[in-house]
Each structure stands twice: as C-alpha cells, then as structure tokens.
Design a protein around this ligand. Structure first.
Ligand code: ATP
Ligand code: MG
Length: 609
C-alpha cells in the first residue's frame, strides 16, 4: 500500500480529548477518529490491526474445536425478561440501549448474548449425544456505559469476541473452561501482550469460577492484588487476604457486654474518636447505613458493620445483598449510602450518623413511606470476631466502650465484606503480602453453571433419559480494547511500537526524496519485491520532507523501516527496527535475507524485542 493513498492524517500535538498515551497515539497516528461520545471510526490502519487480532483469536479458538457463528444484535425484550435481566439492563444504571419497533415491540441492542444463545441451544441441543458444543462470534457490542472514556478502552460500541459453551455436566464444563484458559494465554502472548490471569468476581451467580485476563499497564482501570510468589492474583473486587490482628481493647468487656457510655462530642470519625481517647481503629466497630434498590421497586435499608480499620468492598456487599434479597425482589439495581435528607423524606427521625452502633433499632424505620421497615444486618468477620469493642451509642456525641455481641445485639450474618489492601498478608501463605498493580481487562472467562439454562428452560436429555438444564460457560475478549491495550504496553516517546503479529503492516519503505530518481526507483523496486515475498509493506511515496516521513513512520509504529536515501545510487539502504531503534546499513540486495527470517519469527509471536 502507498502512504499517499492511505488517507493518512497525522497530528503533531496531543488531542485535548485524550488522557492516556494509547488513546493519544491512536488519534495522532490516524488509526481512529471520534464520531461521538464512546463512538469511534476504526480507520483502515486500525481495521487491519483488528483483523489480525481476530485472525489469531479464530485460529486459537478453532484449534479448541469451537465453532464460529454470528448472532443478531437486535434482541427481543422478551428473551431478557425470561432471563430476568431486562430491568437490570435497562432501568437505573442499566447499560443496554433499547428501543421500540414500529409495532411497539421492545428490543435491546446486544451488550452480550447469553439470552439469545441459550434460547437457541435450548431449541437445538436435545440430547447429551450432541454435547459439548462451544460457539463463538466476533461482533460489535453496544453498551451505554456510564462513563465512556479512554477511546477504545471503554466505548459504547466496541468489538468483542464472545463464546458460549454447553455441556452435559459440570466436569465437562470445567474441561472446556481450562481449554479456553489455555487458548486465551496463547492468544494474548501471540498478540505480543504481557497479560496476567486473575481471579474475578463472579457476580451474584455464586460459586462459579471466573477469571479475568489483565494487560498490566499504569493506565489500567482495574486494581490487581497479587503475591510476589505468583501463586495468587485477583481483581481487588474479589481479592481476599488476612486482616491484620486486632488490638485487644484495654479493660475488655464492660457493663455485661452492653458497654459503658463515653461522651465523644463531635468525634464522628474513627480517626477523631481514636485520637481523642487512645483507642485503636482495630478495636472499634464502624456501622454503615445504606439503601438497596431492587427491580420490583422495593427499597431495603442495610446496616453493615466493619472493624474500624477495614474498608467496605462494594462488590462483595452487592453479592451478599443479592443472594439474600434478589430471589424475592428481582435484580439489585443499586446500593447507595443512606443520606440524611432521604431519611427525612421518608418521614423518619434523623439517624445518629457518625454515632451508630450495630444495635440500631428497627423501630427507627417504623412508618417509613417507601422503605422496608427493617434493616438487613450484615457484618464483616473482622467485626464479628471482636470480643469487646467500641461502637457508636446510637445517640449523637456518644459511644459505648467494651460492648460485646450477644449482649448488645444478636450477632449479624458474618461474611467477607472487607476490601483486601496492598500490604495485607496472603491467605495461601501469610509470609507473602499482596502487591498492587494496575490492569486493563482484555478477557473474562466464566463458568456460568445453569443460571441461564434454568431461566430460559434450555434442557437436554441426559444418559439416564431425564431432562435437565444445560451446563454453560461463557468467554469474552475485548478485541478493540485489546488493540489499544497493545499500544498502551508498546509505545515510546516517538509513537507506537506494534508487536509484528498485530501490526497493520510489517515493513515501511521510506523514500527519503521522491524527486531523486535512483531513490524512487530503488524504493519502488524494494516495495514490489517485498510484496512479492508476501511481506505486508507500506511505501512512503509522499513528496514530504524526509524528516516528516521518519516522524510519521515512528508514530505509526510499523515494526521495520527501510530507508532509501542518499545511498540508493550505490545500492545501499538502511534498515531500522522500530522497537529498539537499531539501524543497519546494508546493500539492498541483502535486504530480504536479512529481514524475512526475522519476520517469520515475529509473525509467530516469537519476537524477543
Ligand atoms: P468492564 O468491567 O471493563 O466494564 P465487563 O466485565 O463488563 O468489562 P465483559 O462483559 O466481561 O466486560 O466483556 C468481555 C470483554 O469485553 C471485557 O473483558 C473487555 O475486554 C471488553 N469490554 C467490555 N466493555 C467494554 C467497553 N465498554 N469497551 C471496550 N471493551 C469492552
Ligand atoms: Mg468482565
């Protein structure tokens, strides 16, 4: 391809709309253009990158026996109502674009395809003899993200590879899950990415395994916690750790466990309380009041107790609340802190914010206009394990010292609700501590179990002749996000350094001065020869200054540059490796023998540089 025919427009300066390096570089180098919020045009150069990533994905998935298919993006609401996800995906913070057709029927634009594929599987898969099956597609997905940002990283329209497997039993599901795990590792490594697999939150489905693949990069939106020995890595949403030891409370249990009142004027934070009275945060219990809203419109006050030195993990809390209340009230739409004005709108007396104890009475909720009149009470195990603690007295400017569970109030459900933190000791080996790094989630694999097949009545006849719901797994890769993540991992001050396996072109031949006959002739000749040898090659034939062309070549990030300049008359060219900047003068006649073996290795993803 000739650069003069490429519609290439590069930008010298960083566009104001971009914050992170990969987004800036893709815009500057003419790979993408913004069309609207979270909506991008993939220009021809990026389309080639996306095609190459897709080709690697196809090869690796086909090798596992998966079948490519293509499902509709327009999805009838009825399917999502049957799975119970319509409300959660369209109301409140739901991310599904949805519309009505001319007959007034509701439709959603596919953010994901569990419903469509499970309904199909239920129709087509009748017997255990047809199982297992693994279907995948590479397709545009739509999600009305609350905060679209960072270019292709979080778009509202983006390309995903999604796969769904169906099985007669859980053991078979685990096998396919393991095979997909291996395929994913090969895919990311062939794309030239350093990716780590981390334990991920499996949402409210419970029990099922789920793993995310993170490309490590400072600009990543996810926090990864991992042990130095490499044996544990998890998304912070999911991570577990050993909490620090609690400091015993001097004086222990007082007032038969009801605690002794202590005046604490204005000391509504744990820090102020501890500073004023010499307490340790680890022998206090802090109590958070929150409100959970559900699909059926019901609103449930929550009272969550944590040890004073611990932080709440909102994902763990949402899972715990869902497990308890969703069966009756439908999808959990959101959890928000209980605000003072919301309490007064309910016609209730103010809650003693900053001075609440776990014995806060349900009587305070009596007569609420729209809330359930009782708290769902949950506590992190670090709080329930305290024998004697300091907590709010449920009246402003007062705490209790030496309270104990049982005497003060019944022990609430004890769970893991705390956020693991960098520096925490690891569960698998207390000698290891968790270290933090940031990651970009490029893939997610999931043992779904039978949630969707039960909801959509997708059953098969097992060996014993009985009907049972299909076992199911699902597996995603963000293809367009992956392309940008590669740039985030592979760039320098001058531009992109594509790994060869996913570069839009492998070689760029730059004619330094197109007005110079020997240069132009040799450039054209090398271009034709490389193309004939099966190399993906660009020819920069523009009548720009050489410096401009070199800058653009660096910005574009083509792995190899052949400069045809003054030496052309003597048959000499220069070969430059983009990633390391290494230059080599060589006779044009020796170019192919120098370059082709190297390219062979790099295409296979075996490059070292
Ligand atoms: P995130 O937590 O980043 O919102 P997700 O967990 O909702 O992602 P999945 O439903 O697991 O995403 O989708 C599979 C893959 O699709 C993700 O691993 C990610 O690589 C990609 N992806 C998800 N949302 C977007 C988006 N808005 N823009 C680009 N890629 C996305
Ligand atoms: Mg995910």
């Amino acid at each position: 391809m000739r650069v003069s025919r490429l519609m290439l427009v590069t930008l010298r300066d960083d566009p104001a709309e971009a914050e992170i390096p990969s987004h800036k570089l893709l815009l500057r180098a003419g790979y993408i253009r913004r069309v609207g919020s979270g909506i991008y045009a993939y220009l021809p150069l990026l389309w080639r990158v996306l095609q190459k990533i897709s080709a690697i994905v196809r090869e690796e998935l086909n090798a596992t026996g998966a079948l490519e298919t293509l499902l509709p993006q327009l999805q009838p609401a009825e399917l999502w109502q049957r799975s119970g996800r319509w409300a959660g995906y369209t109301a409140g913070e739901g991310i599904m674009f949805h519309l009505e057709d001319r007959q007034g029927r509701e439709l959603g634009l596919g953010p994901t395809h569990e419903e469509v594929i499970t309904a199909l599987a239920g129709d087509l898969l009748r017997s255990y003899r047809q199982l297992p099956v693994n279907l995948y597609q590479i397709q545009t997905k739509f999600r009305d993200e609350i905060r679209p940002r960072f270019g292709l990283m979080r778009g509202r329209e983006f390309i995903m590879k999604d796969a769904y497997s169906f099985h007669a039993d859980e053991a078979c599901l685990r096998q396919t899950y393991a095979a997909m795990d291996q395929a994913y590792r090969r895919i990311f490594s062939r794309c030239g990415l350093r990716a780590v697999a981390v334990e991920a939150d499996s949402g409210a489905i419970g029990g099922s395994a789920s793993q995310e693949f993170m490309v490590t990069a400072d600009a990543g939106e996810d926090l990864i916690l991992a042990s130095a020995d490499g044996l544990y890595a998890a998304n912070q949403e999911r991570a577990v750790s050993l909490p620090g030891e609690a400091q015993p409370l001097t004086g222990g249990v007082r007032g038969d466990g009801l605690g002794e009142p202590l005046a604490t004027p204005g000391q509504s934070s744990i820090d102020d309380l501890c500073a004023a009275h010499g307490f340790e945060p680890s022998h206090t219990v802090k109590v958070l009041a929150l409100l959970a809203r559900f699909e059926d419109g019901s609103q449930h006050p929550l009272l969550v107790s944590l040890r004073g030195d611990q932080q709440l993990n909102e994902v763990k809390l949402a899972n715990a609340v869902t497990a308890r209340l969703a069966p009756e009230h439908g999808t959990l739409l959101e959890i928000v802190p209980l605000a003072a004005d919301a309490v007064s709108r309910e016609g209730l007396d103010p809650l003693p914010f900053g001075f609440m104890g776990p014995h806060l009475s349900d009587a305070l909720l009596a007569g609420a206009r729209s809330w359930q009149p009782r708290f769902l009470r949950l506590a992190d195990a670090t709080a329930t394990e305290l024998e004697a603690f300091v907590c709010g007295a449920n009246s402003v400017d007062a705490h209790l010292v030496g309270a104990a569970w049982g005497a003060l109030c019944p022990l609430p459900d004890s769970l893991d609700l705390r956020a693991a933190q960098p520096g925490d000791r690891c569960v698998h080996d207390p000698a290891q501590v968790l270290q933090a790094s940031r990651g970009i989630e490029v893939g997610h694999i999931f043992q779904l179990g039978r949630k969707y097949s039960e909801a959509l009545e997708a059953t098969f006849t097992n060996e014993a002749g009985q009907e049972e719901p299909l076992w199911m797994g699902c597996y995603g890769i963000g293809v367009s996000r992956l392309a940008q993540a590669a740039v985030e991992q592979h760039h320098d001050g001058n531009g992109i350094c594509w790994p060869t396996a996913i570069a839009p072109y492998e070689v760029i031949v730059v004619i330094a001065n197109v007005a110079d006959e020997p240069q132009r002739e040799l450039g054209e000749q090398l271009y034709a020869e490389l193309e004939a040898a099966g190399v993906e090659v660009l020819l920069d034939d523009r009548s720009e200054r050489a410096g401009v062309k070199f800058k653009d070549a660096d910005l574009l990030g083509i792995p190899w540059r052949v400069v045809v300049g003054r030496g052309a008359a003597q048959g000499q060219v220069e070969l430059v490796q983009r990633s390391v900047g290494e230059r080599l003068e060589l006779p044009a006649s020796g170019l192919q023998s120098q370059l082709l073996p190297q390219l062979q290795r790099e295409r296979a993803g075996l490059a070292t540089a």
